[in-house]
Design a protein around this ligand. Sequence first.
Ligand code: GLN
Length: 569
Amino acid sequence: MADKKNLLAGTSDSSVENEYFSPIPRGYQKGKTKYVIVMGTVMSGLGKGIFSSCLGKLMQDKGLKVAPIKLEGYLNIDSGTLNPFRHGEVFVLDDGMECDMDLGTYERMLETNLSRDNFSTSGQIYRDVLDKERHGDYLGRDVQMIPHVTGEVKLKLRNLAIKSEADIVFVEIGGTVGDLENAFYIEAMRELAYEEGPNSCCFVALTYILEPEILGEQKSKAAQLGIKQLMQSGIQPDIIACRAARTVDQKARQKISVYSNVPIDRVISLADSASIYKIPAMLRDHGMDFEVLRLLHIEDRIDLRKERTAWATWCDFTDKIGKETNEVTIGITGKYTSVRDSYASIINALEHAGIACGCKIKIAWIETSNITDKNVAEHLKGVNGIIVPGGFGARGTEGKIACIKYIRENNIPFLGICLGFQMAVIEFARNICKLKDANSTEIVPDGPNPVIDILPEQKKIEGLGGNMRLGGHDIEIKPDTAAFKLFGNKTSVRMRFRHRYEVDPRYIETLEKEGMVFSGKAPNQPIMQILELPNHPYFIATQAHPSLTSRPLHPQPMFVGLVAAAMKR
Ligand code: GLN
């Protein structure tokens, strides 16, 4: 029988005699990359992604290379077919991956572009295992959850470690400890820590401290039970972050510390914060950055001089939060109006633009299902600017078109995004170009004037998974337009897309003749990507999703333009 060292080196040792199977990719250097593994107990939605990205930021500031990965429990291959109303916004990466909105949090906090290597689902893991089984990679073995499925998870992390050359891979496990669908991820992490050896993995458990109003005190039992469950899975947390509405008191933290074997100074209080951009400072105040460095034995890898500059720049930004001297109300139309998560990146982009302009942004959600030309003024009362965001299907579209007509005629600052861009074309076609019943074939398949039609490349496709025009594409900007000015006189910018329909090129001439300016186009195809109306204070729309690439220190120009125009109003 081969010795253990050899087995660890082989990618697919499937000999029937030994129980040990752990695929280690070629070139993997044990000990180079460390792992911080963030898990949640008690309930989901605690902000594991926020915690993990903020800690990652502190490490990055210190000159360390970090790479995040989110592991989702669901069986979907990606997030593209998920309803944002149930699961939050579908975030699109530059390489076209449709993923969880947490990837947006990582991109914003780490100022970096991620890829499909930074996201996985159970569906992907099982698919890869089954593909390998068919390929004969496990010949002679019965393919099992342990070691094969857990092996695939570890393989993914180690591949990321190699490719990213990261000092620390931040692993965020979706859902909560105890979910059946996540159990193999937790087991894989236990195996990873065993195989990588001491001081290679740092386990963080996020938990929630209840404070029922009738009792008027913080209760830690649910948190204790959640952590106990984690420990029963063979994982000893190193850090416990207690989420709560208010600062978690010493007593609750002490109880958790005693029951979990985690020293009290590593059981930290993480109360709700008005802005997520203040959380890195909270973690720093708790000394979490150095705790992690010590736990992982990498204190010697950091560059404190680099950190000083990075931290000063960051604080210049966060110091502006809450000190805004102006306020504007931006209306957002959309059908997922009851869940803020469905518009996470737009809310973030507005926040970035607001901070840059020294202006507090109030958001007014506008449900358009019942809006008509007659009552639109009433619905838009009090807003200083409007965003018509992306969406799918017919619901509320006539209301959106009525809003855009009113916005155009009354000089209200407007930013149209994806579906909002298409609605702006339809409104202009109907009311200015007099193209009767102009519409999108997504809404009316056989209308007389399909100004928005399915992309030629989309016509051939069947099924709905991962098949839109997705990801980052370059946009050619027309000189001397509003867009050109916004983008600092650049003639080419890159934005991310997620759409099936586009302006039908047959109508471009008519639209342009009547005064619509297409200031952004795809370089080699007649795909219109930005439009504007010159005789309006701010009327601009894009087929792309500009919010996806807005960053705290680099607010997206189209949002900054909107906020600036709204402030003038
Ligand atoms: N439904 C439209 C399309 O498929 C717009 C998509 C979107 O807003 N993301 O083209």
